[in-house]
Design a protein around this ligand. Structure first.
Ligand code: ANZ
Ligand code: ZN
Length: 835
């Protein structure tokens, strides 16, 4: 019989769908530790459809969930769509098509593509963030944030993308450019809604220790939060103009503070600048306003600045120090002002060198005439601190300052509050009304969802107002508080909003009374395993943790962290072909002339094969639909898992895919051999038990590639026999089931079963059958047998040598002597030559 994967896969996908085979079981009698919530990062339904990266994570979680179900766990495994966002809106601007129409058809396409891979989602729980029954609750959560004082309005300079015509969060700016369109980001003052994520900085930092996430991601979150400890120090301004507070991590270097620097935006600049210096200062401020924070704080950048003409007094030694402004000081960090210690801070050193300001060494250990010394060492030129090391001197200084009311211990975080509004159409309307009398008034909960109205034009006004601002009938409303005239908030929420809590809505997607029922939260939360790309390290994963903590604080979720365990799938890359000058050649311009040998077709120039990101221009993008059509979903699933460890990045190879496809065909043909109920040969039985053991353990630990390799071993061994042994092939088919579920179901049926393989119990193995025969090995020391050992017959030479050397009895014999040579005769003896 031919392996007709097309009809097999269609048949079983329909069967699973019709029978709701993978409906999540909510049975209170199943104990909590037998329930698992396994979550995928839901996709943004782009017009391009699924790419090969999606099925990688989705296949991994699918295999794991199918395995857990067969092991008897209650499993929640849902899928949905993150469906608000810019691409649909940009498309609407170009074509006039309502984003809802585009989004719906993209979702339909994605759903069909995802289903064609045979994933075991409980589709009754599908959610899309753009539907009113979903965003009603996103708005509800926003109102909770607002009630708690965690949402506030502010006129702040924000990152502004001149091409998308919208504000961007810091997280959406990559190297000074818009993450979406690549345009150079500018600064613009706009009225914004801001979420006070900084109020949660410490908890977001502390609780990272509680979760089982990759260390790299944890480190990125810690850095992003950027906790810094130090002191605030007050310098009084000369001429009775009040005081200037600075934040420093190095209060111990106060004796070396030879000048001060304010951020150009600092409110005191205007007050203290002398007439003589005003023109220069004003010009400087104008220039600085054009630069992004990133450009301003870059290291090794040529330092610029202007002197204000003012002086302050160093509280430690009463010295008079000049006050400058410079763009390397950010207004948004600390107090927006610093004491500069050029001897021990490199940026200050560069500034001092350029403007010829004094450099005073206060810590020994470097040569401060060449560069700043940032290490530890004894203090000098520092009065009562002299001789102390860094930590001791920091403590002593803080104490000194606090006793005199001239400063205090302080903590700062790099984390900034989250600019939460967008001047766009395709997002959740922010449910607030501006009333002249009552101020900002929330839309009453029973009036949610506040629907997104129809607009004539999706084009942002570019003035910083969203297209919603142009719909007067929508904007003008009555104040829910006084009944007078009110105006609706016209900003919408950013795309991150919906994805901050979707994992909760899956628990109870049709609930129209609450955002999620408490019983459902108790039953399933927290998420046991969350799989997705590492690109979400600080964006989505930090925001979701923040919202979750707020929901925890108002008592509607039961854990303070949403995602217990996180696994990042590696990127699927592609091969690309490189000329000598490192330029890349599109895939269709390359000819393979031998094994691993390639030339550019047109010129015959030899090319080197390298690994690169898949890209349209290199024509090396793999479309999952084509693979499924030509080789089947089971081949696609198995290949993506066989490419290598889940967490590693690995290049796509269609040859590799074909290899996996051939393996499935070979397994299929194996089943054409006569099926017998006889007792199987012991060697084959052993191989089966080892296979069940390995596949069980490796599936449990997400080591899918090695599980597949073992299944291949079993099929090879089986080919050495003319018959197929029912007692072996049945458990094998069940092992295969999570990996190639369509084929497994079909084979199960061919085995005469009327049950669904996906719902069968996971096969057991006999541990005795998994250990190999043992042999007795003699350990000799200088040719004399001293010990005898039982070891597996196939033990490696290295392991045998190690065991012999570590044997306590042997070590005793060799006491005080050195091993000069080890002779290993596998299966017989180890001789240790000692002196
Ligand atoms: C004096 C000093 C001496 C400093 C020294 C460092 C080394 P982190 O660790 O990132 O918190 N700083 C403070 N506010 C700033 C601002 N708004 N813009 C730019 N730089 C600012 O860094 C804190 C240090 O960065 C502070 O400690 C201050 O320089 C500078 F040997 O003060 B330090
Ligand atoms: Zn009012």
């Amino acid at each position: 019989m031919d392996y007709d994967f097309r009809s097999i896969e269609g048949k079983w996908q329909k069967y699973w769908d019709d029978n709701r085979t993978f409906k999540a079981v909510e049975d209170p009698s199943i104990p909590k530790d037998r329930r698992r919530y396994v979550l995928d990062m839901f996709p943004y339904p782009s017009g391009a459809g699924l790419h090969v990266g999606h099925p990688e994570g989705y296949t991994a979680t699918d295999i794991y969930c199918r395995f857990l179900r067969m092991k008897g766990y209650a499993v929640l495994h849902p899928m949905g769509f993150d469906s608000f966002g810019l691409p649909a809106e940009n498309y609407a601007i170009k074509t006039g098509t309502h984003p809802e129409i585009t989004t719906k058809s993209n979702i339909d396409n994605f759903r069909e593509q995802i289903k064609s891979l045979g994933f075991s989602y409980d589709w009754d729980r599908e959610v899309s963030t753009h539907t009113p029954d979903y965003y009603r609750w996103t708005q509800w959560i926003f109102l909770k944030l607002f009630e708690k004082g965690l949402a506030y309005e502010s006129e702040t300079p924000i990152n502004w993308c001149p091409s998308c015509l919208t504000g961007l969060a810091n997280e959406e700016v990559k190297e000074g450019r818009c993450e979406r369109c690549g345009a150079q980001v500018e600064r613009k003052n706009l009225r914004q809604w801001i979420l006070r994520i900084t109020a949660y900085a410490e908890r977001l930092l502390q609780d990272i220790d509680k979760v089982e996430w990759p260390e790299a991601i944890k480190a990125m979150q810690r850095n992003w939060i950027g906790k810094s400890t130090g002191a605030e120090v007050a310098f009084s301004l000369e001429g009775g103009q009040g005081e200037l507070r600075v934040y420093t991590t190095r209060p111990d270097t106060l004796f070396g503070a030879t000048y001060m620097v304010l951020a150009p935006e600092h409110p005191l600049v205007d007050v203290i600048t002398t007439d003589e210096h005003r023109e220069e200062v004003v010009n400087y401020i104008r220039q600085a306003s054009l630069k992004s924070d990133l450009e301003r704080t870059e290291l090794n950048k040529d330092k610029t600045g202007a002197f204000t003409g003012a002086y302050a007094i160093n509280p430690m030694n009463g010295e008079r120090v000049p006050v400058w402004i410079s763009d390397y000081i950010l207004i948004s960090y600390g107090t927006g002002a610093i004491m500069a210690v050029p001897a021990h801070d490199q940026r200050d050193w560069e500034f001092a060198t350029k403007f010829d300001l004094p450099i005073i060494e206060v810590l020994q250990g470097g040569d401060v005439s060449k560069e700043a010394f940032t290490g530890d060492g004894p203090h000098v030129n520092s009065g009562f601190l002299d001789g102390m090391g860094k930590e001791e001197a920091i403590e002593a200084t803080i104490q000194w300052l606090e006793e005199r009311g001239k400063g205090n211990r302080a903590i700062n975080y790099k984390l900034r509050d989250w600019v939460f509004s967008r001047q766009r159409y395709w997002g959740e309307p922010i449910p607030l009304v501006h009333c002249e009398k009552c101020g900002i008034v929330p839309v009453p909960e029973d009036q949610l969802p506040l629907l997104l109205p129809e607009v004539e034009s999706y084009v942002p006004t570019g003035t910083g107002e969203s297209p919603l601002a142009a719909i007067e009938s929508w904007v003008n409303t009555t104040c829910p508080c006084c009944g007078g005239k009110g105006k609706r908030e016209t900003n919408t929420m950013p795309q991150w909003a919906g994805s901050c809590w979707y994992y909760l809505r899956y628990l109870d997607p049709k609930n129209d009374r609450e955002f999620v029922g408490q019983d459902k939260v108790d039953y399933w939360m927290p998420v046991d395993l969350y799989v997705g790309g590492a690109e979400h390290a600080v964006l989505h994963l930090l925001y979701a943790r923040f919202w979750h903590k707020v929901l925890f604080d108002i008592g509607v979720v039961n854990t303070d962290e949403p995602f217990r365990r996180l696994v990042n799938q590696g990127m699927i890359t592609s091969y690309a072909y490189q000329r000598k000058d490192k330029s890349l050649v599109a895939m269709d311009q390359v000819t393979e002339v031998g094994p691993d040998s390639f030339v550019e077709t047109a010129t015959g120039e030899p090319l080197e094969r390298v690994v690169a990101k898949m890209s349209k221009s290199l024509k090396n993008v793999i479309n999952p639909d084509d693979i499924i059509k030509n080789y089947g979903a089971d081949s696609m699933r198995m290949y993506e898992m066989f490419m290598g460890p889940l967490q590693m990045s690995k290049p796509w190879s269609t040859q590799g895919l074909i290899g996996v496809h051939r393996f499935l065909e070979r397994l299929w043909r194996l089943m054409d051999r006569p099926m017998v109920d006889d007792v199987p040969p012991v060697e084959l039985a052993r191989c089966l038990h080892k296979t069940v053991k390995k596949v069980s353990e490796d599936t449990d630990s997400l080591n899918f590639n090695t599980a597949i390799a073992q299944m291949m071993v079993f099929v090879n061994e089986s080919y050495k026999h003319d018959q197929v042994y029912r007692s072996l092939i049945e458990p094998f088919v069940l092992c295969l089931c999570p990996y190639a579920p369509h084929m497994a179901e079909e084979l199960w049926e061919r085995l005469g079963k009327t049950s669904c393989a996906s719902l069968e119990a996971w096969p057991e193995y006999d541990p005795d059958m998994t250990v190999d025969d043992e042999v007795t090995i003699a350990i000799q020391v200088n040719g004399k047998v001293r010990e005898k050992l039982q070891v597996p017959s196939d033990i490696s030479k290295e392991d045998l040598e190690k065991i012999a050397l570590e044997h306590p009895g042997v070590q005793k014999r060799m006491e005080g002597m050195k091993v000069v040579k080890v002779i290993v005769v596998p299966g017989r003896l180890v001789n240790l030559v000692v002196k």
